[in-house]
Write a protein that binds this ligand. Structure first.
Ligand SMILES: [Fe+2]
Length: 354
């Protein structure tokens, strides 16, 4: 049990003892699950500290929705790796299995999508299997953007499919070039750019004929101002799925370890995206990404104005500046605790679960 200041009490916490008003009448009994109206009522009765049950063991999931379970993330990564390795060795792409993986993830993400979310991504310590984790992450991030846009049902699955398939053409590029720890020559870069066309070829050869999905996949390197490749499309001439994928692709690439760079922190990446809105990215869709990841995405270590240090563990989709922070095993929602605010970014550690 722990006595907490009423300002730090959050919905879903449980009372460890009866709470009585000044006349001795019991307001709420021991074991009561608190919600916002009960917390407000306790506060209105002039009570400033209340006994809370085992805050350190408070179930993270009762407060923040993890959009994908760790099990599904790991299982999907292994399946994608197998599918891509089979594609490399036999030339056959297992479309039905890709559709199964995508549908399962999109369904789980739709069910868990809420105002307070944590979105896990698969991040590797090395870069050897980057293509597989990247395909999974681009699917997850594209679905996330689409959910924030209010897109539903079949279109969500289509966007997820565009994401998982967007770089299948890279299986035709030798790893010595893909993972070269140096700047590519002009000739090599022109070759790498062709992965977009190889994606189209592989999908057509596999009998996959969903045009919107293919267009989304092959337009992920187009840029909003027309400076991308390979079709040099501009603005809304780029398909909606292509504009979504451009953001997910860059977000995951920058936050991942590559042969030629260390991973960028989500904060640096979000700052980069904000500075390239209208140039590289659709401004409205960029907002959807930032709504869901926040300006301080999970994993950031921060200092608060009371000098405490914590780690961001979730996003408030309706307040990008006020994420959910874990401080000494206590989960504090900065959107609820109006006195606390972030004053400094300290560090970053990748988190997949708690
Ligand atoms: Fe690509």
């Amino acid at each position: 049990m722990k006595f907490l200041s009423i300002d730090k009490v959050l919905p879903n916490m449980v009372l460890a003892m009866d709470v009585k008003d000044f006349s001795g009448k019991i307001l709420y009994k021991k074991g009561t699950l608190l919600d916002e109206s009960k917390i407000k009522n306790i506060k209105n009765n002039g009570i400033f500290r209340i006994p809370i049950k085992d805050v350190s063991n408070m179930n993270f999931d009762t407060y923040i929705n993890t959009t994908i379970s760790k099990e599904l993330l790991e299982k999907s990564f292994i399946k994608i790796k197998n599918i891509f390795e089979t594609l490399i060795s036999t030339g056959n792409l297992n479309i039905p299995e890709i559709e199964n993986i995508t549908t399962e993830i999109v369904k789980e993400m739709s069910n868990n999508f809420s105002d307070k979310i944590f979105v896990p991504l698969k991040k590797l310590k090395n870069y050897d299997d980057y293509l597989y984790s990247h395909s999974l992450n681009v699917m997850i991030l594209s679905t996330l953007i689409a959910l924030d846009m209010g897109i539903k049902n079949d279109e969500l699955v289509e966007i997820g499919l565009s994401g998982i398939l967007h770089d299948v053409g890279k299986t035709k590029i030798p790893l010595e070039i893909l993972n070269a720890p140096r700047k590519l020559s002009e000739k090599e870069f022109e070759f790498v750019k062709k992965h977009v066309l190889y994606t189209k070829g592989i999908l057509e050869k596999s009998g996959f004929n969903q045009k919107k999905v293919i267009d989304g996949s092959i337009e992920h390197h187009e840029r909003f101002d027309g400076t991308g490749y390979i079709f040099k499309k501009k603005g809304k001439d780029i398909s909606l799925y292509g504009r979504i994928l451009a953001l997910s692709d860059v977000y995951d690439a920058l936050t991942s370890k590559r042969s030629y760079k260390e991973p960028w922190s989500p904060y640096k990446t979000i700052s980069y995206i904000l500075s390239h809105v209208n140039k590289d990215f659709d401004p409205e869709i960029s907002q959807n990404l930032i709504n869901s990841l926040g300006l301080f995405p999970p994993g950031m270590k921060v200092m608060l104005n009371d000098n405490s240090e914590g780690i961001i563990v979730g996003t408030n989709r309706n307040n990008k500046m006020k994420p959910i922070v874990k401080i000494n095993n206590e989960i504090i929602d900065l959107n609820e605790d109006k006195k606390l605010r972030i004053i400094k970014i300290l560090d970053y550690q990748h988190i997949e679960d708690f």
